[in-house]
Ligand binder design. Structure first.
Ligand code: FAD
Ligand code: DHB
Length: 391
Protein backbone atom coordinates (compact mmCIF):
# COMPACT_ATOMS: atom_id res chain seq x y z
CA UNK A 1 0.00 0.00 0.00
CA UNK A 2 1.05 3.60 -0.62
CA UNK A 3 -0.27 6.83 0.86
CA UNK A 4 0.91 10.41 1.14
CA UNK A 5 0.81 10.75 4.93
CA UNK A 6 0.85 7.76 7.28
CA UNK A 7 -0.60 8.74 10.67
CA UNK A 8 0.29 6.71 13.76
CA UNK A 9 -2.46 6.79 16.41
CA UNK A 10 -6.23 7.37 16.23
CA UNK A 11 -6.57 9.62 19.26
CA UNK A 12 -7.82 13.18 18.78
CA UNK A 13 -4.49 14.30 17.22
CA UNK A 14 -4.35 11.58 14.58
CA UNK A 15 -8.05 11.77 13.70
CA UNK A 16 -8.03 15.57 13.43
CA UNK A 17 -4.89 15.42 11.30
CA UNK A 18 -6.56 12.89 9.02
CA UNK A 19 -9.70 15.04 8.67
CA UNK A 20 -7.76 18.23 7.84
CA UNK A 21 -5.51 16.49 5.30
CA UNK A 22 -8.51 14.83 3.65
CA UNK A 23 -10.24 18.23 3.30
CA UNK A 24 -7.14 19.43 1.43
CA UNK A 25 -7.17 16.39 -0.85
CA UNK A 26 -4.17 14.69 0.79
CA UNK A 27 -4.33 10.88 1.11
CA UNK A 28 -3.74 9.45 4.55
CA UNK A 29 -4.00 6.19 6.43
CA UNK A 30 -4.28 5.94 10.23
CA UNK A 31 -2.71 3.00 12.05
CA UNK A 32 -3.95 2.47 15.63
CA UNK A 33 -2.85 -0.31 17.96
CA UNK A 34 -6.08 -0.46 20.00
CA UNK A 35 -9.74 -0.97 19.02
CA UNK A 36 -12.02 2.00 18.37
CA UNK A 37 -14.08 1.07 21.45
CA UNK A 38 -11.00 1.05 23.64
CA UNK A 39 -9.98 4.52 22.41
CA UNK A 40 -13.49 5.79 23.20
CA UNK A 41 -13.57 4.22 26.65
CA UNK A 42 -10.82 6.46 28.02
CA UNK A 43 -12.37 9.48 29.71
CA UNK A 44 -9.96 12.38 29.42
CA UNK A 45 -10.16 16.06 28.59
CA UNK A 46 -13.35 18.08 28.67
CA UNK A 47 -12.59 21.67 27.82
CA UNK A 48 -11.97 23.17 24.37
CA UNK A 49 -10.38 26.54 23.60
CA UNK A 50 -12.03 28.66 20.90
CA UNK A 51 -9.13 27.90 18.51
CA UNK A 52 -9.77 24.16 18.99
CA UNK A 53 -13.50 24.66 18.35
CA UNK A 54 -12.63 26.62 15.18
CA UNK A 55 -10.25 23.92 13.95
CA UNK A 56 -12.74 21.11 14.52
CA UNK A 57 -15.38 23.16 12.68
CA UNK A 58 -12.94 23.82 9.83
CA UNK A 59 -12.32 20.07 9.61
CA UNK A 60 -16.06 19.69 8.94
CA UNK A 61 -16.72 17.77 12.16
CA UNK A 62 -18.20 20.49 14.38
CA UNK A 63 -21.92 19.67 14.13
CA UNK A 64 -22.45 17.79 17.40
CA UNK A 65 -19.94 19.94 19.25
CA UNK A 66 -21.69 23.18 18.28
CA UNK A 67 -25.11 21.66 19.07
CA UNK A 68 -24.26 20.03 22.41
CA UNK A 69 -21.13 21.76 23.73
CA UNK A 70 -21.64 24.16 26.64
CA UNK A 71 -20.11 27.60 26.27
CA UNK A 72 -18.49 28.86 29.48
CA UNK A 73 -17.75 32.54 30.07
CA UNK A 74 -15.93 32.06 33.35
CA UNK A 75 -14.86 29.63 36.07
CA UNK A 76 -14.42 29.76 39.82
CA UNK A 77 -11.50 29.30 42.17
CA UNK A 78 -12.33 28.13 45.68
CA UNK A 79 -10.02 28.55 48.66
CA UNK A 80 -10.34 29.40 52.31
CA UNK A 81 -14.06 28.58 52.27
CA UNK A 82 -14.95 31.00 49.47
CA UNK A 83 -15.33 31.02 45.71
CA UNK A 84 -13.97 33.73 43.42
CA UNK A 85 -15.00 34.07 39.80
CA UNK A 86 -12.54 34.45 36.93
CA UNK A 87 -14.57 36.35 34.34
CA UNK A 88 -13.00 34.96 31.17
CA UNK A 89 -15.20 36.97 28.88
CA UNK A 90 -14.72 40.29 30.65
CA UNK A 91 -10.98 39.84 31.16
CA UNK A 92 -10.16 38.72 27.60
CA UNK A 93 -12.35 41.04 25.54
CA UNK A 94 -15.09 38.51 24.89
CA UNK A 95 -13.42 35.11 24.71
CA UNK A 96 -14.90 31.91 26.16
CA UNK A 97 -14.25 28.16 26.29
CA UNK A 98 -16.44 25.16 25.50
CA UNK A 99 -17.18 22.07 27.58
CA UNK A 100 -17.27 19.13 25.17
CA UNK A 101 -15.69 15.81 26.09
CA UNK A 102 -12.70 14.29 24.35
CA UNK A 103 -14.69 11.05 24.04
CA UNK A 104 -17.51 12.84 22.19
CA UNK A 105 -15.07 14.71 19.96
CA UNK A 106 -13.21 11.50 19.15
CA UNK A 107 -16.48 9.73 18.36
CA UNK A 108 -17.48 12.56 15.97
CA UNK A 109 -14.08 12.39 14.24
CA UNK A 110 -14.31 8.59 13.91
CA UNK A 111 -17.84 8.77 12.49
CA UNK A 112 -16.87 11.41 9.92
CA UNK A 113 -13.83 9.37 8.93
CA UNK A 114 -15.78 6.19 8.36
CA UNK A 115 -18.56 8.08 6.52
CA UNK A 116 -15.89 9.42 4.13
CA UNK A 117 -14.57 5.84 3.73
CA UNK A 118 -11.08 6.87 4.83
CA UNK A 119 -8.77 4.01 5.80
CA UNK A 120 -8.12 3.40 9.50
CA UNK A 121 -6.49 0.20 10.70
CA UNK A 122 -7.46 -0.62 14.29
CA UNK A 123 -5.81 -3.30 16.42
CA UNK A 124 -2.55 -3.10 14.49
CA UNK A 125 0.25 -4.93 16.35
CA UNK A 126 4.03 -4.45 16.14
CA UNK A 127 3.74 -1.01 14.52
CA UNK A 128 7.23 0.03 13.33
CA UNK A 129 8.63 3.10 11.56
CA UNK A 130 11.33 2.72 8.90
CA UNK A 131 13.65 5.02 6.92
CA UNK A 132 12.10 8.31 8.02
CA UNK A 133 15.52 9.89 7.59
CA UNK A 134 15.23 9.15 3.84
CA UNK A 135 12.78 10.39 1.21
CA UNK A 136 10.97 7.03 1.25
CA UNK A 137 9.69 6.33 4.76
CA UNK A 138 7.63 3.22 5.53
CA UNK A 139 5.36 1.93 8.29
CA UNK A 140 4.88 -1.75 9.02
CA UNK A 141 2.43 -3.55 11.30
CA UNK A 142 0.90 -6.94 11.92
CA UNK A 143 -2.85 -7.44 11.62
CA UNK A 144 -4.67 -10.76 12.01
CA UNK A 145 -1.33 -12.50 11.87
CA UNK A 146 -0.21 -10.99 8.54
CA UNK A 147 2.56 -8.42 8.14
CA UNK A 148 1.65 -5.25 6.21
CA UNK A 149 3.70 -2.35 4.92
CA UNK A 150 2.74 1.20 3.95
CA UNK A 151 5.04 3.39 1.85
CA UNK A 152 4.50 7.11 2.34
CA UNK A 153 5.94 10.62 1.92
CA UNK A 154 5.64 11.58 5.59
CA UNK A 155 4.83 10.02 8.95
CA UNK A 156 2.76 11.95 11.51
CA UNK A 157 3.52 10.53 14.96
CA UNK A 158 0.24 11.12 16.82
CA UNK A 159 0.52 8.06 19.05
CA UNK A 160 0.54 9.60 22.52
CA UNK A 161 3.07 9.58 25.33
CA UNK A 162 3.70 5.81 25.25
CA UNK A 163 3.71 5.55 21.45
CA UNK A 164 6.31 4.12 19.12
CA UNK A 165 7.06 7.28 17.09
CA UNK A 166 9.11 9.20 19.65
CA UNK A 167 10.68 5.92 20.81
CA UNK A 168 11.89 5.24 17.24
CA UNK A 169 14.12 8.32 17.20
CA UNK A 170 17.81 7.73 18.07
CA UNK A 171 18.56 8.99 21.59
CA UNK A 172 21.30 11.28 20.27
CA UNK A 173 18.80 13.16 18.04
CA UNK A 174 16.29 14.05 20.76
CA UNK A 175 16.30 15.96 24.02
CA UNK A 176 13.59 15.57 26.66
CA UNK A 177 12.57 17.70 29.64
CA UNK A 178 10.44 16.24 32.41
CA UNK A 179 8.90 16.87 35.81
CA UNK A 180 6.82 14.25 37.59
CA UNK A 181 4.52 15.55 40.35
CA UNK A 182 4.23 13.65 43.64
CA UNK A 183 0.45 13.08 43.35
CA UNK A 184 -2.28 12.03 40.91
CA UNK A 185 -5.85 12.93 39.99
CA UNK A 186 -8.69 10.57 40.75
CA UNK A 187 -11.52 11.27 38.28
CA UNK A 188 -15.16 10.18 38.49
CA UNK A 189 -17.79 10.43 35.75
CA UNK A 190 -21.38 10.19 37.01
CA UNK A 191 -24.92 11.02 35.96
CA UNK A 192 -25.56 13.73 38.50
CA UNK A 193 -26.08 17.43 37.79
CA UNK A 194 -22.95 19.62 37.87
CA UNK A 195 -22.23 21.17 41.29
CA UNK A 196 -22.32 24.59 39.66
CA UNK A 197 -23.00 26.07 36.22
CA UNK A 198 -19.29 26.84 35.86
CA UNK A 199 -16.20 24.80 36.69
CA UNK A 200 -14.83 25.05 40.25
CA UNK A 201 -11.09 24.64 40.85
CA UNK A 202 -10.57 24.21 44.60
CA UNK A 203 -7.40 24.66 46.63
CA UNK A 204 -7.72 23.02 50.06
CA UNK A 205 -5.41 21.70 52.76
CA UNK A 206 -6.73 18.19 52.07
CA UNK A 207 -5.72 18.62 48.42
CA UNK A 208 -6.97 20.00 45.11
CA UNK A 209 -10.45 19.28 43.74
CA UNK A 210 -12.18 20.11 40.46
CA UNK A 211 -15.88 20.06 39.64
CA UNK A 212 -16.40 19.84 35.91
CA UNK A 213 -19.15 18.41 33.72
CA UNK A 214 -20.01 16.82 30.42
CA UNK A 215 -23.62 18.08 30.19
CA UNK A 216 -26.37 19.56 32.37
CA UNK A 217 -26.97 16.10 33.82
CA UNK A 218 -23.49 14.54 33.82
CA UNK A 219 -20.63 15.52 36.13
CA UNK A 220 -16.89 14.93 35.82
CA UNK A 221 -15.11 15.60 39.12
CA UNK A 222 -11.55 15.10 40.29
CA UNK A 223 -9.69 15.02 43.61
CA UNK A 224 -5.93 15.11 44.12
CA UNK A 225 -4.83 11.72 45.45
CA UNK A 226 -1.59 10.09 46.42
CA UNK A 227 0.56 8.89 43.52
CA UNK A 228 0.44 5.37 44.99
CA UNK A 229 -3.38 5.23 45.43
CA UNK A 230 -5.37 2.67 43.44
CA UNK A 231 -8.95 2.97 42.23
CA UNK A 232 -10.21 0.17 44.51
CA UNK A 233 -9.17 2.21 47.54
CA UNK A 234 -11.72 4.81 46.46
CA UNK A 235 -15.35 3.73 46.79
CA UNK A 236 -17.88 6.11 45.23
CA UNK A 237 -18.97 7.17 48.73
CA UNK A 238 -15.41 7.98 49.77
CA UNK A 239 -14.91 10.03 46.61
CA UNK A 240 -18.00 12.22 47.05
CA UNK A 241 -17.29 12.69 50.78
CA UNK A 242 -13.75 13.80 50.02
CA UNK A 243 -14.92 16.15 47.27
CA UNK A 244 -17.39 17.81 49.70
CA UNK A 245 -14.64 18.29 52.28
CA UNK A 246 -12.50 20.22 49.79
CA UNK A 247 -15.19 22.64 48.55
CA UNK A 248 -16.62 25.77 50.14
CA UNK A 249 -19.76 25.00 52.22
CA UNK A 250 -22.24 26.27 49.63
CA UNK A 251 -20.78 24.19 46.79
CA UNK A 252 -20.32 21.17 49.10
CA UNK A 253 -24.04 21.31 49.86
CA UNK A 254 -24.86 20.92 46.19
CA UNK A 255 -22.79 17.76 45.65
CA UNK A 256 -25.21 14.93 44.84
CA UNK A 257 -23.48 11.58 45.12
CA UNK A 258 -24.20 9.10 42.31
CA UNK A 259 -22.66 5.84 41.23
CA UNK A 260 -19.66 6.23 38.96
CA UNK A 261 -19.80 5.42 35.25
CA UNK A 262 -16.01 5.63 35.08
CA UNK A 263 -13.32 6.08 37.70
CA UNK A 264 -9.60 6.34 37.00
CA UNK A 265 -6.36 7.75 38.37
CA UNK A 266 -4.02 9.81 36.19
CA UNK A 267 -0.45 10.62 37.19
CA UNK A 268 0.61 14.26 36.77
CA UNK A 269 3.59 15.02 34.58
CA UNK A 270 5.19 17.82 32.57
CA UNK A 271 7.19 16.61 29.57
CA UNK A 272 8.55 18.10 26.34
CA UNK A 273 10.58 16.48 23.56
CA UNK A 274 12.72 18.61 21.25
CA UNK A 275 12.76 18.88 18.30
CA UNK A 276 9.47 17.68 16.80
CA UNK A 277 10.86 16.80 13.37
CA UNK A 278 13.23 13.99 12.41
CA UNK A 279 13.59 13.93 8.65
CA UNK A 280 10.16 12.92 7.40
CA UNK A 281 8.75 12.04 10.83
CA UNK A 282 6.85 14.69 12.79
CA UNK A 283 5.59 14.41 16.38
CA UNK A 284 2.30 16.02 17.44
CA UNK A 285 0.15 15.97 20.58
CA UNK A 286 0.95 13.78 23.59
CA UNK A 287 3.66 12.00 21.56
CA UNK A 288 5.62 15.25 21.85
CA UNK A 289 4.56 16.70 25.20
CA UNK A 290 2.53 16.19 28.37
CA UNK A 291 1.09 18.87 30.64
CA UNK A 292 -0.48 18.30 34.05
CA UNK A 293 -4.27 18.61 33.50
CA UNK A 294 -4.82 21.60 35.82
CA UNK A 295 -4.90 24.18 33.03
CA UNK A 296 -7.01 22.00 30.65
CA UNK A 297 -4.33 22.38 27.98
CA UNK A 298 -3.44 18.81 26.85
CA UNK A 299 -6.01 18.35 24.12
CA UNK A 300 -5.90 22.00 23.05
CA UNK A 301 -2.15 21.91 22.65
CA UNK A 302 -2.48 18.75 20.56
CA UNK A 303 -4.98 20.54 18.31
CA UNK A 304 -2.61 23.50 17.83
CA UNK A 305 0.23 21.15 16.83
CA UNK A 306 -2.08 19.47 14.34
CA UNK A 307 -3.09 22.83 12.91
CA UNK A 308 0.55 23.87 12.33
CA UNK A 309 1.62 20.48 10.99
CA UNK A 310 -1.36 20.05 8.67
CA UNK A 311 -0.75 23.55 7.28
CA UNK A 312 2.88 22.65 6.63
CA UNK A 313 1.88 19.46 4.82
CA UNK A 314 -0.77 21.28 2.79
CA UNK A 315 1.80 23.92 1.76
CA UNK A 316 4.17 21.12 0.73
CA UNK A 317 1.60 19.47 -1.55
CA UNK A 318 -0.30 22.51 -2.84
CA UNK A 319 2.46 25.10 -3.15
CA UNK A 320 5.56 22.90 -3.35
CA UNK A 321 6.86 24.93 -0.40
CA UNK A 322 8.92 23.45 2.44
CA UNK A 323 8.58 26.58 4.58
CA UNK A 324 5.70 25.37 6.77
CA UNK A 325 7.28 21.99 7.48
CA UNK A 326 10.67 23.59 8.14
CA UNK A 327 9.11 26.02 10.63
CA UNK A 328 6.86 23.44 12.35
CA UNK A 329 9.07 22.32 15.21
CA UNK A 330 10.22 25.75 16.39
CA UNK A 331 6.78 27.31 15.96
CA UNK A 332 4.94 24.54 17.82
CA UNK A 333 7.54 24.47 20.61
CA UNK A 334 7.10 28.19 21.32
CA UNK A 335 3.41 27.59 22.02
CA UNK A 336 4.07 24.32 23.85
CA UNK A 337 6.46 25.92 26.34
CA UNK A 338 3.98 28.69 27.10
CA UNK A 339 1.31 26.06 27.83
CA UNK A 340 3.83 24.08 29.91
CA UNK A 341 4.53 27.18 31.96
CA UNK A 342 0.83 27.91 32.51
CA UNK A 343 -0.05 24.29 33.38
CA UNK A 344 2.84 24.10 35.83
CA UNK A 345 1.84 27.39 37.48
CA UNK A 346 -1.84 26.36 37.81
CA UNK A 347 -0.70 23.06 39.30
CA UNK A 348 1.56 24.82 41.82
CA UNK A 349 -1.13 27.31 42.74
CA UNK A 350 -3.83 24.77 43.53
CA UNK A 351 -2.29 21.51 44.83
CA UNK A 352 -0.87 20.32 48.13
CA UNK A 353 2.80 19.44 47.69
CA UNK A 354 3.56 16.73 50.27
CA UNK A 355 7.30 17.43 50.34
CA UNK A 356 7.00 21.15 51.01
CA UNK A 357 6.68 23.01 54.25
CA UNK A 358 5.01 26.07 55.74
CA UNK A 359 6.93 28.63 53.71
CA UNK A 360 5.67 27.36 50.36
CA UNK A 361 2.15 26.93 51.78
CA UNK A 362 2.11 30.60 52.89
CA UNK A 363 3.36 31.71 49.47
CA UNK A 364 0.56 29.73 47.84
CA UNK A 365 -2.04 31.51 50.00
CA UNK A 366 -0.44 34.86 49.21
CA UNK A 367 -0.58 34.11 45.51
CA UNK A 368 -4.27 33.14 45.70
CA UNK A 369 -5.09 36.27 47.67
CA UNK A 370 -3.11 38.41 45.25
CA UNK A 371 -4.81 36.79 42.26
CA UNK A 372 -8.37 37.49 43.35
CA UNK A 373 -7.53 41.06 44.32
CA UNK A 374 -5.70 41.99 41.14
CA UNK A 375 -7.32 42.48 37.75
CA UNK A 376 -3.84 42.24 36.21
CA UNK A 377 -3.23 38.81 37.76
CA UNK A 378 -6.70 37.55 36.84
CA UNK A 379 -6.14 38.77 33.27
CA UNK A 380 -2.92 36.74 33.05
CA UNK A 381 -4.80 33.65 34.18
CA UNK A 382 -7.78 34.29 31.90
CA UNK A 383 -5.80 34.93 28.72
CA UNK A 384 -3.82 31.72 29.22
CA UNK A 385 -6.91 29.69 30.14
CA UNK A 386 -8.90 30.66 27.04
CA UNK A 387 -5.83 29.84 24.94
CA UNK A 388 -3.00 31.96 23.60
CA UNK A 389 -3.35 33.13 19.99
CA UNK A 390 -1.89 31.01 17.20
CA UNK A 391 1.12 32.41 15.34
P1 FAD B 1 -3.75 10.06 22.71
O1 FAD B 1 -5.11 10.49 23.06
O2 FAD B 1 -2.92 9.41 23.75
O3 FAD B 1 -3.86 9.13 21.44
C1 FAD B 1 -2.77 8.38 20.97
C2 FAD B 1 -3.28 7.13 20.27
O4 FAD B 1 -2.17 6.43 19.74
C3 FAD B 1 -3.99 6.18 21.21
O5 FAD B 1 -5.25 5.83 20.70
C4 FAD B 1 -3.05 4.99 21.32
O6 FAD B 1 -3.72 3.76 21.50
C5 FAD B 1 -2.34 5.06 19.98
N1 FAD B 1 -1.04 4.39 20.00
C6 FAD B 1 -0.14 4.31 21.02
N2 FAD B 1 0.92 3.61 20.66
C7 FAD B 1 0.71 3.19 19.39
C8 FAD B 1 1.47 2.42 18.49
N3 FAD B 1 2.65 1.89 18.84
N4 FAD B 1 0.97 2.20 17.26
C9 FAD B 1 -0.24 2.72 16.90
N5 FAD B 1 -0.99 3.47 17.72
C10 FAD B 1 -0.53 3.70 18.96
N6 FAD B 1 -6.21 16.75 29.15
C11 FAD B 1 -6.99 17.71 29.58
O7 FAD B 1 -6.96 18.80 29.00
N7 FAD B 1 -7.83 17.49 30.66
C12 FAD B 1 -7.90 16.29 31.30
O8 FAD B 1 -8.65 16.10 32.24
C13 FAD B 1 -7.07 15.26 30.88
N8 FAD B 1 -7.09 14.06 31.50
C14 FAD B 1 -6.24 13.08 31.05
C15 FAD B 1 -6.24 11.85 31.71
C16 FAD B 1 -5.37 10.84 31.30
C17 FAD B 1 -5.36 9.50 32.01
C18 FAD B 1 -4.49 11.07 30.21
C19 FAD B 1 -3.53 10.00 29.75
C20 FAD B 1 -4.53 12.31 29.55
C21 FAD B 1 -5.39 13.32 29.97
N9 FAD B 1 -5.44 14.56 29.33
C22 FAD B 1 -6.24 15.54 29.77
C23 FAD B 1 -4.64 14.89 28.18
C24 FAD B 1 -5.41 14.69 26.88
O9 FAD B 1 -6.31 13.65 26.99
C25 FAD B 1 -4.37 14.43 25.82
O10 FAD B 1 -3.58 15.60 25.69
C26 FAD B 1 -4.96 14.03 24.47
O11 FAD B 1 -5.53 12.75 24.56
C27 FAD B 1 -3.84 14.01 23.42
O12 FAD B 1 -4.31 13.40 22.25
P2 FAD B 1 -3.34 12.58 21.32
O13 FAD B 1 -4.19 12.15 20.19
O14 FAD B 1 -2.12 13.35 21.07
O15 FAD B 1 -2.89 11.32 22.21
C1 DHB C 1 -11.68 18.85 32.80
C2 DHB C 1 -10.38 18.46 33.00
C3 DHB C 1 -9.42 19.39 33.30
O1 DHB C 1 -8.16 19.00 33.49
C4 DHB C 1 -9.74 20.73 33.41
O2 DHB C 1 -8.75 21.61 33.74
C5 DHB C 1 -11.02 21.13 33.19
C6 DHB C 1 -11.99 20.19 32.88
C7 DHB C 1 -12.70 17.85 32.48
O3 DHB C 1 -12.38 16.67 32.37
O4 DHB C 1 -13.88 18.24 32.34
Amino acid sequence: TRTQVAIVGAGPSGLLMGALLHRAGIDNIIIEQRSADYVLSRIRAGLLEQTTVDLVTQAGVGGNMLAHGLEHHGFEISFNGQRHRIDLQGLTGGKSVMVYGQTELTRDLMAARSAALLPTVYEAAEVALHDFDSTAPRLSYRKDGALHEIACDFIAGCDGFHGISRASVPATAIQTFERVYPFGWLGVLADTPPVSEELIYAQHERGFALCSMRSKTRSRCYVQCSASDTVDQWSDARFWDELRLRLDPEAADRVRAASSIEKSIAPLRSFVAEPLRFGRLFLAGDAAHIVPPTGAKGLNLAAADVRYLSQGLIEHYQEQSAAGLDAYSAKALRRIWKAERFSWSMTRLLHQFPDEGGFEARLQQAELNYLVGSTAAMTVMAENYVGLPLE
